[in-house]
Structures are given as structure tokens and as C-alpha cells.
Design a protein around this ligand. Structure first.
Ligand SMILES: [Zn+2]
Length: 721
């Protein structure tokens, strides 16, 4: 097998740093209980970008801790700073003008007296410098356009802020801020928002004198001017320099300072995981865990959380933030709605259940929703829902911590394509539809899948899976192509679609697929075409909907499983799907993003077609089977002695207005079969929500179950003897 070592892989992905080498290996498990605790948290956030901290400071530590206890939280996240610091800092970070005494110390003391942990929130260069401030230092700390103008941003609709530059003296101020929090306060965990290098101008190159000097020292030339033409090579050089040498190196430096000073777990905010030319997902190896804030749908949230779990790092998620006010009619979207009112409805329960099913730490956002209310949090529907979510997590903590996902398939999430691919028909904001569609199509057919990041791929990593789904992974390096080919020859099953491997890891288009030999295909043109009313013609003669965007190719050794028919022009456009065996494995290549069409349409015929393609590969070792019911999403977890099938029922009245309030209906009579591991017997079957026992009906190694009703979430627990 053609194996790459880790160093070669990292080099090929541009990951090895000269200045700040990062360990890609997981750190040894520390015995400290905080490292254990972060795996199943129930945190209440005190957020400071809005009331009761900003613009006016109304915060009251005793009230906050009382609310946290009533919600059954086991920790409070205190904002050491937001636009201002909320403790008497000597770091140079501006202090809130209304600050009196030390509410951070009081909060930490009260929390620890009540048995709650404290997570300190520290923003790392999150914009904080109000442009109307008289502080003379701010001008020198800001990011600059090529003509010297400072870059500014809005955030929550209250004020405008300078964007700070991490190469400026603000870097030392932030380090001092972190050190002060760590040394002077016995907080249990440090949580970083950032490091940021701008917000609205995050992708604008910085021309401040510090950046110009540092860039010249590293690369011997000035920072490229985006007003003019910037070559791909310059873009690659600047982007990697800013991500690796500046931003991730800064986070690494801070992480190591904490390790040396007082070692506590460090997590950071990886808001949405995948954003173009972002550094965030590449920083995962530096920290102990990270937070996915939110997704627009429960299905996307489960995908994100599982992608997070795949990294081996702790994953946290907000419970409650995608229930923001929709605000479509507002002129300034950043104004948002009300963060200081208990606005959520039943979707909060589904958000919580999704996080619990995925095995994530729960973080409720936040304190502000109850702080100003006349009654305690449990007087409000959303307060009772938060407590219900926290109670469930606490009651089943040992079980939830013991189980892990058992994916048969890995979904290759192409962060490289998001960063670098720039083809004519590429719609970056819809790119994730492919990965989400692959996940949904597999889930809907009862096959467990795990998304993973392309740059983390290694031979060891691939050996976790029976099958890899590469949905439109346009950008793959030569080394990654070789790795996939070797994995297939050693028995792996690969389903690759559309532009997969047409370009290298930086989006430089190849003369043919990097995986041409493996696919048994060669492309006619690296750019796809878009034509209405295309169909897949199957060997049976049946015509089923084809993606209207196809990549035309010729078969070169692969068996043709379907052709593309252009109904309007009565034309056959050539092969659409080919399959080829290689060594002990097999490859199916689809020259379109059929899974994105499934995500966008949920057409039954596509669901069954995609299921049928992979069934011969996956059915022999599947963990469960489930009758498809619209909106019901299975999620299977297991430990040595327990099988746990979560059923998430997203069956509500959400319409095209995302973030409107939502209510749900129960789903009746959900039928499934769970495979009993060889050599084991079923000791008992129970429902975690309903609390009921189910009959142990086992036929030929399969346990038949029927769940009478699922309202939002149920989990079938099978104890093995
Ligand atoms: Zn700069």
C-alpha cells in the first residue's frame, strides 16, 4: 500500500509551520477533572455583547448564579471581556465605564460555593474598539487598507468598531488579559472567541506597518494590494502566512503559555466550521475542544456536531441560538431582535436533543433571556425547556458519555474546495448542500455516516470506514489522491461525485481527474454544463431526475451504470455513472452532484436510488434498519454493552421563514431493526424518554422494535448480555 507518513501529508496540505510547529496528535488525557468535565457540560452563558453587560452594565452576580442553579446548569460562562473588560484589568484592555468592584471575582466565588464550574470567556481580537472612542491607542492597533484607512466593522447593531490587527501591539494586550484571568481567578476552563483578524473585512489584507514589516521579513516583498490583480500564488502565500504564521501561531502561543502557567482546558469558537479562507478548522489540533455555535436546521446541526466529533476533540454547541429573531423586515439585520427576553419555543427542545444525541457539551445562550424577567426562569416555557434538556443530560450522563458513533461511511468534507476552488459554475454558499445531501441520503437509508475534514485524512483515518463518500470534492492534492487510491485497492469502497479531484489542493485545475485511473473515466472538460430536464437513464430503461449541472466525461474502463439523457434536445450526453473495481475495493463515480439535488428536493426516487447504489457495500455490516418516515432522523451510538438508537423527529411547522417560532407534532409507530452483535444476547430494551420497556423480539440476529410515539426525541437503549 502506498502509505504517506503524517509529515508528508501535512506538508502536502501546507500545514507544517516553520515558526510554530503544531502537534497534530491528541494530547495525552490529563487526569484533571476539568478535562473530563468538558465532555458533557451544562453551561449557562452570560453574554456581554448585549444587556445586562452592554451598553449599560446591569449585571448582578448573585442573580446570575441563582438563575444558573434554577436551570440545573453545572457551570456559568463569565465574560472577562467583550467590547470592554468586566473585571478591574491592568492589561490595557478598556474597562467598562460603569464597572464597580469586581463582579468576576464575586461570580467565581459564588459559583464555586454553589458547586458550579466557571468558564472564562476571553475574546481574542474580537472587534472591541469603538470608532468614537477617544482612546489614542486604537488607531495604531487597527487593520489598514492599502491607502492607510482603518478597517471597521459592525457587530450587534449598537456601534461601529475598528478591526484590530494581531501583528500590532494589541497582541501583547490580549496576552496580558488572558494571563491575568488565568493567574488571578480560579476559573476552570478558558474559552476563546477568536483569534479574529477582522470581522466584516476578515478577507481584506492588512497593510498596517506591523504587517508590512512582518510580511517583508518572511517573504521579502510587500503585502499584495487587492485593489489590483493578485496572482493565485500570492493569494496562497498571504493566506497561509496570515492563517499559520499570525493567527494560529498566536493561539498556539497562548495555549502553551496556559499549559506552562496553570494548565486548564482550552476551547475556542469555530462558529460554523467551514468558511472560505478561514483559519479556524486548521486550528483544531491546537486546542482541547471547540464550539460549533449553531446551524439553521437540526439536520445540519447534527452533521456539524458529528464532523466535530470526528476530530477527536471535545465539541460544544449552543442550545438556543438558532432560535434568533428572523428580522427579515429590518433595514439593518445586525440590529437583530431581543436577546434579553425568553423568546424560544419548542425548537429549543429539538436543538437540545440534537446536541445530546451527538454527544456534545451543552451551552445555553443565555442568561440575558431571564435576567430582566420579573419571575424565575422556570416561570417561562423556554426556561422549563432548558431545564428539561439539562435534566436529561444529567440523568443519562454516564450512558451518554460511554457511547460513540459507529460510522460505516465517512463523508469527505472538502475544506480545500471551499477555500480555493473558483470554477465558473461554483456556487460557494450552496457548496455544503453536497456534503449535507450525502449525509441525509445515507441516514435516510439507515446507514451511519461521519463527516470528516479533507486535510485530516490519513491512511489510518480512512481505515475507520468501509466506504467514503466524496461529494464534489474538487480540490484534492496528488498525495490525497494517491492515499484514496491505495485505500480502495486495499478494500475500501469509494463513491465520488461531480468535480472530485479536477483540481489540486489550491484549486489549480488539472488536465484530467486526479483520480482518473481509479474512476475509469476521463473528463471532457473540467467545467460542468447546466441544461434543463436532464435524466439518468438506467439499464432497466427507467429515466430518473439527473442533476441539471453535469460534468461530461468518457468511460475508460469503468462499467457504465447510467447515461445522461437531454430530454429537451433528444440527446444522449454520454455516461453519467461508472463503476470500477480496483484491488479489493470498488469505486462508483457520478458525474454530477446528485446528493446536492437530494438535499434540495428530498425526492423519493433519488433517496432510493442513492440507497441502492451503496446497499451492496454497506448492508452486510449495517447496525440498524429503519422504515423511512419524513422528518425522522436516526442516529446510532454504541459502547461495548449498550446500543443506543436516537430518533430525532423534526416534524414541525417551520416554513420558508427560518428562525420563526416552531411547534412539533408526534410521529406514531416508528419501526426499526437493530443488529445484535455476534455472540451477544439482548438483556433489555427501553425508551429513555418514555421510560417504558420494549419487548425483546429477536429474529436471526436482529431485534425488531416499534416505538409507539416520538415527539421531538426518543432514544432506544439496548442493554446487551
Ligand atoms: Zn496588520
Amino acid at each position: 500500500m502506498n502509505r504517506l507518513n503524517r509529515r508528508e501529508l501535512l506538508q502536502s496540505a501546507g500545514l507544517l509551520l516553520a515558526a510554530a510547529p503544531l502537534s497534530a496528535e491528541a494530547p495525552a488525557a490529563a487526569p484533571d477533572s476539568a478535562y473530563d468535565w468538558i465532555r458533557s457540560t451544562r453551561i449557562l452563558i452570560a453574554e456581554a455583547y448585549n444587556p445586562p453587560f452592554y451598553p449599560s452594565l446591569d449585571y448582578d452576580p448573585a442573580k446570575a448564579v441563582r438563575i444558573a442553579r434554577e436551570l440545573n446548569a453545572d457551570a456559568l460562562r463569565y465574560p472577562a471581556a467583550s467590547y470592554y473588560a468586566y473585571f478591574p484589568t491592568k492589561s490595557g484592555f478598556p474597562v467598562h465605564p460603569e464597572l464597580q468592584g469586581d463582579p468576576m471575582r464575586r461570580t467565581v466565588d459564588l459559583c464555586h460555593e454553589a458547586g458550579l464550574k466557571v468558564v472564562a470567556y476571553v475574546p481574542l481580537n474580537h472587534p472591541f474598539m469603538e470608532v468614537t472612542s477617544k482612546d489614542p491607542r486604537f488607531a495604531g492597533w487597527s487593520k489598514k487598507f492599502a491607502d492607510g484607512r482603518p478597517m471597521t466593522t459592525e457587530h450587534y447593531g449598537v456601534a461601529e468598531y475598528y478591526e484590530g490587527c494581531l501583528n500590532s501591539p494589541v497582541r501583547e494586550v490580549l496576552k496580558a488579559l488572558v494571563r491575568e484571568v488565568l493567574v488571578d481567578y480560579p476559573v476552570d476552563v478558558l474559552y476563546f472567541d477568536g483569534p479574529y483578524q477582522g470581522m466584516q473585512n476578515a478577507r481584506s489584507y492588512c497593510h498596517c506597518r506591523y504587517c508590512e514589516a512582518a510580511y517583508r521579513e518572511k517573504l521579502g516583498r510587500p503585502v499584495p494590494n487587492q485593489e489590483g490583480k493578485v496572482s493565485r500564488e500570492e493569494e496562497i502565500a498571504y493566506t497561509n502566512w496570515m492563517a499559520q504564521d499570525v493567527v494560529i501561531a498566536f493561539l498556539h502561543e497562548i495555549r502553551e503559555m496556559i499549559r506552562r502557567t496553570r494548565d486548564v482546558p482550552v476551547l475556542f469558537n469555530d462558529t460554523s466550521l467551514l468558511s472560505r479562507r478561514e483559519w479556524r478548522n486548521r486550528a483544531i489540533p491546537v486546542v482541547d475542544g471547540f464550539m460549533f455555535e449553531a446551524a439553521e436546521t437540526p439536520e445540519d446541526k447534527l452533521f456539524n456536531l458529528q464532523l466535530g466529533q470526528s476530530t477527536g476533540r471535545v465539541t460544544w454547541t449552543y442550545v438556543g441560538t438558532h432560535t434568533q429573531y428572523n428580522r427579515e423586515h429590518l433595514k439593518d439585520e445586525r440590529v437583530r431582535g431581543w436577546f434579553s427576553y425568553p423568546v424560544e419555543s419548542q425548537e429549543l427542545l429539538l436543538d437540545g436533543a440534537t446536541a445530546i444525541a451527538a454527544g456534545a457539551g451543552l451551552v445555553y445562550w443565555g442568561l440575558a433571556r431571564f435576567f430582566y424577567q420579573p419571575d424565575g426562569p422556570l416561570a417561562y416555557e423556554s426556561g422549563r425547556y432548558v431545564k428539561e434538556i439539562f435534566d436529561f443530560q444529567q440523568k443519562h450522563e454516564a450512558l451518554l458519555r460511554s457511547v460513540r458513533s459507529r460510522p460505516q461511511a465517512g463523508i469527505l468534507v472538502s475544506a480545500q474546495t471551499i477555500d480555493w476552488y473558483a470554477g465558473k459554475h461554483f456556487v460557494s454558499k450552496a457548496y455544503e448542500n453536497g456534503a449535507h445531501g450525502a449525509y441525509q441520503a445515507l441516514k435516510a437509508n439507515g446507514f451511519e455516516a461521519e463527516p470528516f475534514l479533507d486535510w485530516q485524512m490519513s491512511p489510518e483515518w480512512l481505515s475507520r470506514y468501509e466506504m467514503v463518500y466524496a461529494p464534489n470534492a474538487a480540490c484534492l492534492s496528488d498525495a490525497q489522491c494517491r492515499m484514496l487510491a491505495a485505500w480502495v485497492r486495499s478494500g475500501g469502497k469509494l463513491l465520488a461525485t461531480h468535480l472530485t479531484s479536477v483540481a489540486d489542493e489550491y484549486g489549480r485545475v488539472r488536465k484530467d481527474y486526479g483520480l482518473a485511473e481509479l474512476f475509469g473515466a476521463e473528463f471532457v472538460d473540467p467545467q460542468p454544463v447546466e441544461i434543463p430536464d436532464l435524466y439518468l437513464k438506467l439499464p432497466t430503461g427507467e429515466e430518473i431526475p439527473q442533476d441539471p449541472q453535469i460534468l461530461r466525461f468518457r468511460a475508460r474502463g469503468g462499467r457504465v451504470l447510467a447515461e445522461t439523457i437531454d430530454r429537451g434536445h433528444r440527446a444522449v450526453l454520454g455516461p453519467a455513472i461508472v463503476q470500477q473495481d480496483a484491488g479489493g475495493g470498488s469505486v462508483i463515480y457520478i458525474g454530477s452532484s446528485l446528493e446536492a439535488v437530494y438535499e434540495e428536493t428530498r425526492m423519493k426516487r433519488l433517496r432510493s436510488f442513492l440507497g441502492a447504489l451503496v446497499t451492496p457495500w454497506l448492508a452486510p455490516r449495517r447496525s440498524y434498519e429503519i422504515d423511512y418516515q419524513p422528518g425522522v432522523m436516526p442516529h446510532f451510538m454504541a459502547s461495548r454493552d449498550v446500543l443506543l438508537l436516537h430518533l430525532l423527529a423534526d416534524t414541525g411547522n417551520k416554513n420558508k421563514h427560518l428562525r420563526s417560532r416552531e411547534e412539533f407534532l408526534p410521529v406514531a409507530n416508528v419501526k426499526a431493526r437493530i443488529r445484535v452483535p455476534e455472540g451477544r444476547r439482548v438483556h433489555s430494551v427501553s425508551l429513555l424518554r418514555a421510560g417504558a420497556e420494549l419487548p425483546r423480539t429477536v429474529h436471526e440476529g436482529w431485534l425488531d422494535i416499534s416505538v409507539p410515539s416520538v415527539w421531538i426525541h426518543e432514544a432506544v437503549k439496548v442493554d446487551l448480555a
